[in-house]
Design a protein around this ligand. Sequence first.
Ligand code: FES
Ligand SMILES: [Fe+2]
Length: 357
Amino acid sequence: MTTFIRNAWYVAAWSKEIGRSLFKRRILGEPIVLYRKEDGTAAALVDRCAHKLLPLSMGRLVGDHVQCGYHGLEFDCSGKCVKVPGQDRIPPGAMVRSFPVVERYNAIWIWMGEPEKADPALVHQVLRHGEPGWAVIDSQYQYHRTNYLNIAENLQDPAHTTYAHRSTIGNPAASEVPVKVEQHGNQVVSWRWTNNAPPPPIDVKFGGFQGLTDRCQYYNYFAPCVSRVDVCTLDAGQEHTEENMDRGHRAFSYKFLTPETEGTTHFFWMHVRNYAVGDDALEASLIEGMTRTFEEDNVICGAIQQEQDATGLRQIAFLAIDAGPSRVRRMLEQMAAAEATPQEPQAAGTQRAKVNA
Ligand code: FES
Ligand SMILES: [Fe+2]
């Protein structure tokens, strides 16, 4: 049974990856070829010629058309065959599937489900992106060797940092305050505030905090494919309003998970912060530190995937720390199952009635 949810916008690529050449990437199990038309807008087709199935990415762009590298069939951006060398008649089956795409936040988003549901307003909104006083790190990509549900659980699981990230962000004195877990529709959030505590060194260095601080971590997961970890430090004793938090030392750490196959995931990440804006040295060290941290998770989740494949099991014992991760997995599995279930129960009923009549 598939774990994929198709009716959603997924990051297919960073904007800078797609130009006037053919770029291939497998998404939700489907081979996709992406390119830009002459007007600069992006297009996506299934990467499989309608003739003898050669990947179209092995061909070339001719104007706005993709020309297959085997016998030269040409397809427009809607997937319609517009040219068959050597014959005038274009056979009706000479079509390839096209996919809706939208470019936003320096990324190309693709809709793999029913095209009539592809509303661009449903692209996930990145908070504070492009606003004055906020810096963005984007165009970051890793290839993770695990099913996206294992990553979704990992991103909802603050308890692993002490052990899995010893060499990076792990801190044995990590907050002992337990996280609370809530679900609001298609969003799960695990969160905690640690109040009246001394600030960690990074906040002293870049936030200028001297006295006691209140700090929060919110681990949000928005189904099916967006994780946003919010961290904020502010002087203790203030109300925890959005305005006060924006005046504090705040960051949003985004991960966009795009399943490649049932065992591999494209891991795109982005980071939005309101401190050390314009500080290139800090930015380079943030990129280096986060890259290493996410690679540590990749090693762990990749090894877990291998054992899951070998045993057919997913987990043996369940702990209190699994509340958030399990909630996310359940939400995603339920959505995938609902999508896989044929809709229109009424039509099915009518059919049965006819058969029985
Ligand atoms: S396989 Fe593409 S034109 Fe023949
Ligand atoms: Fe981690």
